[in-house]
Structures are given as C-alpha cells and as structure tokens.
Design a protein around this ligand. Structure first.
Ligand code: MN
Ligand code: MN
Length: 311
C-alpha cells in the first residue's frame, strides 16, 4: 500500500509527464530536429519543478527504443515518420513513464507514401493504443501478469500485427525505474499477480515484422552500476560526478557535456562502460526493419481497477 504523500508524488509526476507529452507532440512534424524535441521535453519537465526520470527517448520507424540525441545530433524528423516519444518525470523520487507514437505530419505526405502504406502505418499506431487500453482494463489487484500480456497480444493480433515480445513493461519503485516485475507483451504464462499499491508502466509495441528487437551500435543512455578505481584521473572524476548526480536513474552523455570537455568525456564514458561501472543502453531496432509503434502509461494498481497517472 502507498502512503498518501507517496501517492501524491506519483500522481504529480504523472501529471507533469502527460502535460509535457501533450505539448511536445505538437512539435513532431517534418523538419523538427530530434535534439530540439528532446531538449524541449527535458527542459519543460525541469521547469515544472520535477526531475527527469530518464533521458527523453525519440525513436523513429524501425528504431524501437533507447535513442536519445547525442550532443550535436543533426537528425531531423521527416514527413510520415513513425515517431515514438517516451518520457518521464520524477517527484520526490517517485516516477512516471509514458510514451506515444505520432505519424509526422508534412505537406508532402501523399506524395511520399501510397495509400496502402499510410493505412498500414496508421494501423500500427492504432494497434499499440488499443493494446494499452485492453491491458489497462484487465488491471486490478490479483490479475496475473500473463493475462495482461494476453490482452496486449490479442488486441495487436486483431490488427493483424505482432507485439514486440522481447520488450516489456515494468514495475516502478522509489528511485527505481525497473523494479523487478516485468509486464509481458504476450501471454508468457506467468501467474505472478499484481498487488494493490504497486505501480507499473505498461508499454505495448506493435509491428508488421516478426516482433523481436535487437541492439544496434552506439549508446547515448547510461546507468550507474558501481564504484571502481580507474587508472586515469579523468575517468574517476567522471564516475564520481555520475555517482553524485545520477546514481539511481538513467542519464544521457549529452547532459554531462555541461561539466566535461566532449572528447575527454566520450573517452571516459567508453572506459567506464567497458569496465561496467556504468551500463550502456544500446538503441534497439526491429529485427526485420519493420516499423514499430509504442504507447505507454504508468498506473497504480487498486483493489477493483487502477489509476492511470499519465493520462
Ligand atoms: Mn517509457
Ligand atoms: Mn517504460
């Protein structure tokens, strides 16, 4: 069970994230630089007085998750792109996590895409939205997580598409974005039950592809793992800074360039990753390069249902 002030913080973190998400969606259009979208989201979360749960993810088309801009990112959104925007806020250590997919508007949409492709891409967006709604409607204290997965899978199959089976939702706890329970996007047969007061993020992904994601090169999002001695003084300095400022929640290498020279920082980040003092998240893409949609909400499990904090 949650204390009243814990509940208040979860609700506040959810409200801030949904408000920023709703305003950021309007920036998703032909020509918008990804870094401008990411910096808008992170800046608005901070302006609201909250912290940032994790670097704002903007993952486009077959890129499924874990992309955030590096410093100097020149990538831009193009008309018709399936843009997945994933963000979260932190209030007193209580966090929210929410995502939405938008087909980037632009004047030349009908020139770039035939009708069939546009219909397919809209169907991909609708499938993860329907799946999220179906999943949320199953949630109450005592629901088996395999049954939530079944609701996701059935809703996506109804669109003649596939869920991403090797990505999951997750429980949330104080200062902990992935707190142990995974919410599957298919019926994995698990009879682990959700309990009243648990907070979980449910996040279906839909695709016409086989529904498996794999790592691609690069990493722009990291988590602190453990303190270690390093031969190079600069590596130690960077790790100390990370431990002091980002011990619990994921961070972006872009954020650290405010405090460190970019070239030396990148070298240290590589050394810290190699030694597993920090964990590098690689961007993920659908294995068959099919486009993917995602929708995500954070919910609080109740006796007879749930409260969606990020609505
Ligand atoms: Mn998310
Ligand atoms: Mn999540």
């Amino acid at each position: 069970m949650l204390e009243v002030d814990e509940l208040d913080s979860y609700i506040k973190a959810g409200k801030i994230a949904s408000d920023v998400r709703n305003r950021a969606v309007k920036l998703i259009k032909n020509g918008t630089a990804i870094i401008d979208l990411v910096e808008f989201v992170e800046g608005e979360i901070l302006k609201s007085g909250a912290g940032i749960s994790f670097p704002c993810n903007v993952s486009i088309n077959e890129i499924t998750a874990h992309y955030t801009s590096p410093l100097g990112d020149e990538n831009k959104i193009v008309t018709g792109d399936l843009v997945k925007l994933d963000l979260g806020a932190e209030v007193n250590g209580y966090i929210s996590d929410t995502a939405i997919t938008v087909m980037a508007p632009g004047d030349n949409l009908e020139e770039l895409y035939d009708e069939e492709t546009l219909e397919l891409n809209q169907n991909i967006i609708d499938a993860s939205a329907d799946a999220l709604e179906a999943a949320i409607s199953t949630v109450r204290a005592g629901v088996e997580i395999g049954q939530i997965g079944k609701a996701v899978e059935d809703a996506i199959h109804a669109h003649k598409l596939n869920p991403i089976t090797n990505l999951t939702g997750h429980s949330l706890q104080h200062w902990n974005l992935h707190a142990g329970i995974s919410i599957p996007n298919y019926d994995n047969g698990s009879n682990v039950k959700l309990e009243e007061g648990q907070v979980v993020a449910i996040e279906p992904f839909a695709t016409k592809g086989i529904g498996i994601v794999e790592d691609i090169p690069g990493s722009y999002i990291f988590s602190f793992m453990k303190n270690k001695p390093f031969r190079m003084k600069h590596d130690e300095k960077v790790l100390k800074y990370i431990k002091e400022n980002h011990q619990y929640l994921p961070f972006s290498s872009r954020w650290l360039t405010k405090n460190f020279n970019e070239n030396r920082l990148n070298a240290s980040i590589r050394n810290l990753s190699r030694a597993m003092a920090i964990y590098p998240y690689h961007p993920l893409k659908e294995k068959t390069n099919s486009w993917v949609s995602q929708k995500e909400h954070t919910i609080i499990v109740e006796e007879d249902g749930c409260t969606v904090t990020t609505l």
